[in-house]
Design a protein around this ligand. Sequence first.
Ligand SMILES: [Zn+2]
Length: 617
Amino acid sequence: MKNAVLNFPNAGESRLYGYGGKLIDFTIEKQLLDEEKWALFVEQFRIKLDSENQGWRGEYWGKMMRGASLTYRATKNEKLYSVLVGTIRDLLSTQEKSGRISTYTVATELKGGWDMWARKYVMLGMFYFLDICKSKALAKKIVNAMKRHADYIIKRIGNGKKQIGVFDTSWFVGGMNSYSILEPFVKLYVLTGEQRYFDFATFLVNEGLCHEFNLIEACLNKTMYPYQFPQTKAYEMTSCMEGLLEYYKVTGNPDHLRAVENFVDLVVESDYTIIGCCGCYHELFDNSSKTQTEPAANEVMQETCVTVTFLKLCAKLLSLTGNAKYAGYIEKSGLNALYGAVNNENQQMTRTGARRFAPNEEGIWVAYPVTLLEPFPFDSYSPLFHDRRGVRVGGCQVMQEGKTYGCCVCIGSAGTAIMGLFAVMKGGDGVYVNLYNDCRFKTDSFGDKISVDVYANPYQSKGAKINVNGKGQTFALALRIPDWAENFKVTVNGEAAKGEEKNGYLIINRAWGKDKVAVSFNAPVKMTVLNKKIAFTQGPITLARDCRFEDITKPVAITARNGKNVRAKRIKNSVFHSNVAYEITTKDGKITLCDYAQAGKNFDDEQCNITVWQEKK
Ligand SMILES: [Zn+2]
């Protein structure tokens, strides 16, 4: 069994503040405490509407439960906890005598659609809740329910004579949606030690996690990029990789870890955009490292589910390997793509009304006339080139009384919570600071209760002040050295810190009392050129133009110093709220930019275009 090198803090051990902290609170207030919504999602398991259009309403409950449980871990919000206890009891009451918990009828189950995928999410929702569950009796009930639910699947799916093959349970994306059930099966084996769950996981792995090619071998061989694979659906493929990583933890087979690490390397090389999402053609890998400068087809690009799933996979790799490069990816994807997708300016999403597409009874995608228009806390797609936010709801399904919801809306809170949980993590030897952002951390994992308080704003990338109270104990304080940081320096009580550089961290090992640590670095505004278009970044922050500032359509004439640095002045944004704003000097005068996360958040307005890439004059 391979154990984690770094762990998320337990509930109550850490709290993220600043912008990221506010976004966590936003998800609690606008989504996770909404008992009507939880009841609506559980009801899908009773009325089985998914049978009618081979739908995925069954993913909503478990997906949001995963985010909600992580959010509890990041906040210890007891009101949230009691809502979650209520909904998990409600869900358990939908289990049939046979053990099934499904949004499909028996007559329509396990063929062609998203039934396995939804059952995966039932299990994952339960697992993430188990991590925070305070009642032994309730935990026991959940585990029993999960075993019966899993046994029903094992009995029917496989290579046996009367069994259904995995691909026959889904006609979509090479069956990767169904194969991704690997993750909860490995977790169930770890939890119960019962061999049949491991055997089922092995069966899935031996099939290569896709019907049309062996996904594991393709990642091991590294002869193709994911956008060149026979199947290219980004979200489902990344989900399969999460399962393979769990499987590696049990087997310790280095090939399984290598396949997942290779997958991330291949994605970062060929399909990782300037805001840290993947896939600019629909929801597919498409070599977006290069295609990202082009207009989106049908307003669909860079799905929020992809952002969050990639971020989650990187969080698992960070935990397992302790390699800070994964923290860098989480930082980039989180501060830009994810935070940009939060509807924190409370837009009503009136424009998405006519664009809530969902499959009808014949499986044909149609625009639903939405009778009940409600705003969602997360947006589904992230534009990069002269476009607006909030135009489509991804993975939309219509439920009772015209109510709708979307896949990306359900996944977002897992992302915002992970940003809080990865900021400061616990290693065997001490405390690891991954994100320079306001965060209070305390733990008694190393003996007496110690605290590490970080004061920093990542959107200003100026460094950090860290107050350590170590009660005289010896432990490591590991400070991530971001690859974008210039002149990275650390002092302890005003003197240059003595430490060892390892895995992308500066590790300072000493007896800690009440000490003041100062981290300093520079992060000038830089220009990136791609396909005769330019974009600007500052440290981990991607900058965008917003039509509220000025006309953003004209090509920009600019030359960078040293090929990269540009003349930029930080200004106060008096037009709308943003985390940071800059005036950049061009040959035709000044242009204004702000952080991508807050650009174009006024998407109910007639005009709200933004652009990250601009034509170079
Ligand atoms: Zn989605």
